[in-house]
Design a protein around this ligand. Sequence first.
Ligand code: 3UK
Length: 551
Amino acid sequence: MIRTTTRAAGAPLGDSAHTDTFARDHLPPPEQWPDLCFDLPQLHYPSRLNCAAALLDGAIANGIGERIAVRGAELTWTYAQLLEQVDRIAHVLRGPMGLQTGSRVLLRGANHPMMAACILAVFKAGCIAVPTMPLLRKRELGTIMLKARVDAVLCAASLRAELEGAEGLPSTLLCFGAGASADALEALMAEQPASYTAVDTSADDVCLISFTSGTTGIPKGTMHFHRDVLAICDCFPREVLRSQASDIFIGTPPLAFTFGLGGLLLFPLRVGASAVLLEKLTPETLLQAIQQYSATVCFTAPTFYRQMTPLAAQYTLGSLRETVSAGEALPLATREAWQKASGLAMIDGIGATELLHIFISAAGAQIRPGATGKPVPGYQACILDGDGQRVGPGVVGRLAVKGPTGCRYLDDPRQLDYVLNGWNLTGDAYEMDADGYFYYRSRTDDMIISAGYNIAGPEVEEALLRHAAVAECGVIGQPDEERGQVVEAHVVLKPGVAPTDALVAELQEFVKSQIAPYKYPRTIRFLAALPRTETGKLQRFKLRTPVQGQP
Ligand code: 3UK
C-alpha cells in the first residue's frame, strides 16, 4: 500500500536553524496554507535538510565529482569545481559579509555558472535567496528589496547600475563577473577555505523567496522551503521528463524564474547531469547552442519554439531527446509545427511560481494534443466552479491543485485569493475530460464576454496561428458599449506579408471557418511585435490599453 501523508493546514514546523526569523515570522497563518501531500515515497525527506548539500555534497558522495555540472559560454565546472565555488561563496556570505542564517540575499545576474553558484551558496549557508530577473528596473527592485527586507546583494557587475539609488538597497553589496572591481566577490572567495559545512537547516526552513513575474499589480513574494526545492526535482523531471545522468539541459528561462531555476540548474544536478547556462539567447543562437553542446533536453516558452520552427532545418538537432514548453499555453499549431520541424513530441507543462514548478504535464505516448496533460505524480488537480464546488468533465471552471509544494505568500492578503479549502487556485480557466486530461482555456480574468458569449482568447489565437501569414498573435476583449466586449486580435505578420484591409477580411473569414463564427475577431490590428514579459508571457493588458499615438 502506498503511504499517504497529507499535512493538514496548521501542522507544526520543525525547529528552525535561522537566527534571523523574518521568513518564518512572515509565513501566512497556518489556516491559510494549502494542503500539502507527500504520497510519493521519494518525498519523505529527513527533518533536517539542506537542499544545496543534498544536491552537491550528495553528488560528490556518489562519486561523480569529475563529471561536468555546468557550462557557460567561456567556462566549464565539474561537480567538484562547482562545489568549491559554492563553498567559497558560502564562507564569504557568513564571514566578510557578516550575514546570519535566515538573512535575505538579493541575487542579480543573467544565466551564468557564477549566478548558479551564488544561488546554491545562499541555500548552503542557511540564508534565503531572492533572485531577480535581469531586466527588472530600479523601482521594481526597490519594491522587492523592501518587501523581502533584503540584507545583502550579490550582483553581476554588468547589472549593477540599475540598483543605484533603489529603495531598500542594503549597504552590503558585492559584484561578480566581468567588469567587477578589485574588491569583488571573486577576490574575497580566493581568501576563503575551499570547503564549507552546510548549515543544518530544517527541511521546512525557507531558502527561497521568488517574486511572481505577474503582468499586473505589485509583485508577490512566494516562500519555499529546502524540501520544496528537492520535491520539484523528484516530481516532474523524475516522473514525466525522466531525466538521467547523461542528459545535457539547455534553454532560455532565467534562473531567477523558477521555470529556469528548476529546468536549468536543480533538475540536472539532482540526477548528476549537466546544464548549459547561456545569456541573451535568440531562436538562432539557442538552435546553434543545442547543436554545439549536443543538448538533450530543452526548456523554453511556446513562442520561442514557434520562432525556432522555420530555422530548425539549418541545424543538427539529433541530440535532443525532449523539449519542454511552459510559461504560457502551447497552441496546438505550435506543437504540430515543432513536431514537424524537429521530430519531437513536445512536453507541455503548466507550472506556477507559487507551486515552484510544473504540476500538470504529459510526455511520450501520454500526450494528448490540445491538453496540457494530467497531474504530475505527487500532485492532484480538479476543476472548481465559482462557489468552490467540484465540476465534472466537460465543464470550464477554475483550476485547483495540491501537492508537495504550494502557495505561501510573504505577508500578502492575496494568500486568501490563491488558496481555497486547501486547494491552490492558479487563476486559470481549465476543463477536464472523462479520462482526466486537463485542457487550458484562458486565464480566468482574461475570458472575453461578448454579447453574452464566453470566448477564450487563446482559442481564437490558435485559429489565427493556423493561417500562413500569421507569425504571432494575441487576442483580447476590448470594451464595447453594445456587446460589453468585442474580440480584438493583435497580429504579427510573417516577414514579407503586407498588412492590408483585404488581409483583415481574409483572416476574419479564416477564423470563422475554423471555430464557431461568433468568436471571430471584429477588429484586427497589425503590430511589429507583441509585448511580452521576460518570462515569455504575453502582456495582454498592454494590448487592451493602446499607447497614445499608436494605432
Ligand atoms: C501560465 C501556462 C498554460 C498559467 C512557471 C513552469 O509560468 C510559470 O510561472 P508563473 O508564476 O505563471 C504561472 C501561470 O502561467 N502557464 C504556465 N505554463 C502554462 N498556461 N499552459 C502552460 N503550459 O496561467 C499559470 O497560472 O510565471 C512555469 C515552471 C515554473 C513556473 N514558475
